[in-house]
Design a protein around this ligand. Structure first.
Ligand SMILES: C[S@@+](CC[C@H](N)C(=O)[O-])C[C@H]1O[C@@H](n2cnc3c(N)ncnc32)[C@H](O)[C@@H]1O
Length: 216
């Protein structure tokens, strides 16, 4: 989506930012467990102000988030009572965490450094088809061989014209199959999901994958 869409979403709030959860995502607790995160550098693209960042920060070595809109970055630090410094050029720091207020596509490998683990919830599926390949290319550039990605997607019908977009396991195979080993670990149907009910969808499933990068 265009930057304007996200700036307006955060300004309006309410149903426009209903992707924001108050809990720690159960799949983060289950699959980004302390053992898996120990000593790792974690990268969170399109971070919003997700509370999952606090979990990742507690158990990993360092967390880097990137978020286009400045408002959720300040809200994240304030709501989680984390003192932080503005180092200029959109770089905010607290202990064990760097938050870039940037467009993901402008971040360089030098700025991000070594990436061992990626948390992608509502990031891949935030991009329409036309932008998704650029996203995959950028993430591929930033991720090291051996790195793992915890990917959470939604699949539903009929298709909508706005995020979150439906991404199927077959799509994931097409997007990642060449470079990643794909482990499809969860796929519950969610008949009570707010989107399923509000938009009267035929069905909605949440998928969770652990991707391990095998080659460049
Ligand atoms: C659907 S939200 C998901 C936020 C977070 N991952 C979560 O689970 O709550 C997508 C977020 O990505 C941000 N965003 C969209 N495009 C971006 C881009 N190109 N670079 C950085 N952030 C972006 C939006 O402002 C928004 O906060």
């Amino acid at each position: 989506m265009e930057a304007k869409f996200w700036h307006e979403s955060w300004e309006i709030g309410g149903s426009k930012t209903s992707f924001h959860r108050l809990d720690i995502h159960p799949y983060v607790q289950k699959y980004a467990n302390p053992d898996r995160l120990k000593g790792k550098n974690v990268f969170v693209p399109l971070a919003g102000k997700t509370n999952d960042l606090t979990w990742l920060r507690s158990h990993a070595d360092h967390v880097i988030g990137v978020e286009l809109v400045e408002q959720p970055i300040h809200e994240f630090f304030t709501e989680n009572k984390l003192p932080y410094k503005n180092h200029g050029q959109g770089r905010f720091e607290t202990e064990k965490m760097t938050f870039f207020n940037r467009n993901l596509f402008d971040l360089t490998v030098q700025e991000v450094g070594q990436v061992d683990f990626v948390y992608d919830r509502a990031s891949l599926i935030a991009f329409p088809n036309a932008m998704r390949m650029d996203y995959l290319k950028k993430m591929h550039e930033l991720c090291s061989i051996g790195s793992q990605t915890l990917l959470i997607t939604l699949e539903y019908e009929p298709n909508l014209g706005s995020p979150p977009f439906s991404v199927t396991p077959k799509d994931v195979e097409i997007y990642y199959g060449e470079h990643y080993e794909i482990n499809h670990v969860e796929q519950p149907s969610l008949p009570e999901h707010r989107m399923k009910i509000k938009l009267n969808l035929d069905f909605l499933k949440e998928h969770c994958f652990i991707l391990t990068k095998r080659r460049h």
